[in-house]
Design a protein around this ligand. Structure first.
Ligand SMILES: *Cc1c(COP(=O)(O)O)cnc(C)c1O
Length: 453
């Protein structure tokens, strides 16, 4: 029976002669079109249930080709209300960072060249002085992400020796990042102290021996513990580290550079606070609250940083010129804090007033109304995301879409040229404006319009 159907399938060569398929050859290379035709026929051979006679081959082929020519990685609009959404790429970059990347990427650069001496330079020098200036640390270096920063720091400081950490800090940060796994892959022996809910300074003291290579403090960035709890801050651990000569490594995660308590965001340490704690090395992400590119930043003692830079792993974990240029341009903005809040998108989105969101929502609502589409403006709560300020609820504003089926509307929003990702609450699709970049609003409008008509 399948034999009959197979025989009825057109030959690849025949399909290539269809007018509509020949027209595709003016848009795409022959090899690609042929490959697409072949894959459509193959699929028909394996899956088609109806008789091939009524298949619209030209349309199937045109659609498949369009799919193949779309980038896999592409922009989307974040209307989820989770501002630093890890699945949606965390922090969008500031204009200054994009400009710096383009300048450096489009030609040659002094990535590893000392312009003053005309000799070979080190890529690790870029961003280092600026990071010291902004955090108060003695030295700094940049690697691929915060996980890499932790691996490099642990492996350099405590390879083959004990790393002492509280059981309350053996956390999972996201998908594939679990502190105990990262620690053992770094070559250290994990020594757990305290309990899930309570750890005291004495617990650390008792665990320190001649075998101890590091005390590790990991900020619980994506959850909060309440009730009968006790933990030892990095600030409280630092004197013990000094007394015993076992260096304290402090992973504080978020990369927060400015105090955002004026906007109701409290409870996360800033990078300056983390350095002031007295830890030997402080680790953070570049693409969370810092609002820069994906990167891991290590700041701290100069002697240790030298050892980190000499570790062969530093070569494997190093960052490229694009990251360094974007990070440096982002960091420069922090010299003027008001400018940073205005121009770094993550900070601008987190600090935008509710009134400004209402004003934007009203313009969108009227624009949609003029196209015959009714929406409503509703109050919502946004979150920071990216594993930072886990309990913060930021007052926000969303457009509520009424459609026959919320999940269908949501699916159609994802089919837009720039897909829109929202959320469903009480059977309605809500598009939260806090994470929507103002200059993407025209795209948002046309996606809503085509999803609802
Ligand atoms: C987010 C986070 C990490 C992982 O950072 P990446 O840059 O994504 O590798 C590590 N530690 C803490 C405390 C974090 O919050």
């Amino acid at each position: 029976m399948t034999g009959d159907r197979r025989r009825a399938l057109p030959a690849v060569g025949t399909l290539l002669e269809l007018d509509a398929v020949r027209a595709l050859l003016t848009q795409a290379p022959r090899e690609l079109v042929t490959d697409v035709v072949r894959s459509v026929v193959d699929d028909a051979r394996h899956r088609l249930v109806d008789t091939p006679d009524n298949v619209d081959w030209a349309t199937l082929i045109t659609e498949r080709l369009a799919q193949r020519r779309t980038s896999s990685l592409r922009p989307v609009i974040n209307a989820t209300g989770v501002v630093l959404h890890t699945n949606l790429g965390r922090a969008p970059l500031a204009r200054a960072a994009l400009d710096a990347m383009r300048d450096v990427a489009s030609g040659f650069s002094n990535l590893e060249y000392d312009i003053d001496s005309g000799e070979r330079g080190s890529r690790h020098r870029h961003c280092a002085d600026l990071l010291c200036e902004l955090t108060g640390a003695d030295d700094a270096m940049v690697v691929n992400n915060c996980a890499a920063a932790l691996v490099l720091a642990l492996n350099t400081v405590a390879d083959g020796r004990d790393a002492v950490i509280s059981r309350g800090e053996l956390v999972e940060i996201g998908g594939s990042f679990r502190v105990p796994d990262i620690m053992s892959k770094s070559g250290v022996r994990l020594v757990e102290v305290g309990t899930t809910n309570r750890t005291h300074l004495d617990d650390y003291r008792r665990a320190l021996t001649a075998e101890s290579g590091a005390i590790v403090s990991v900020h619980r960035s994506n959850f909060a513990v309440e009730g009968f709890v006790a933990s030892v801050s990095a600030t409280a651990l630092a004197p013990l580290a000094v007394e015993t000569g076992v260096p304290l490594l402090y992973d504080f995660g978020s990369g927060l550079m400015l105090d955002l308590s004026a906007w109701g965001l409290t409870g996360e340490p800033t990078a300056r606070d983390a350095v002031r704690s007295g830890a030997a090395l402080v680790m953070m992400s570049g693409d969370k609250l810092l609002g820069g590119p994906q990167a891991g930043i290590i700041v701290g003692r100069a002697d240790m940083m030298d050892a980190l830079r000499r570790n062969p792993l530093a070569r494997a974990l190093r960052v490229d010129k694009l990251t360094l240029s974007a990070l440096e341009a982002t960091l420069m903005l922090y010299r003027e804090p008001e400018r940073a809040v205005r121009e770094i998108p993550a900070l601008a989105m987190l600090t935008a007033s509710v009134e400004s969101l209402v004003a934007r929502a009203e313009v969108l609502l009227m624009e949609l109304q003029s196209r015959g589409i009714t929406t409503a403006i509703v109050e919502t709560e946004a979150t920071v995301g990216g594993g930072a300020f886990p309990t913060a609820r930021i007052p926000s504003i969303a457009l509520a879409l009424n459609g026959a089926s919320a999940s269908k509307v949501q699916a159609r929003l994802r089919e837009a040229p720039v897909p829109v990702v929202g959320r469903i609450t009480n059977g309605r699709v809500l598009l939260d404006l806090r994470g929507v970049l103002p200059d993407t609003e025209p795209l948002l409008l046309s996606a809503i319009a085509s999803a609802l008509t």
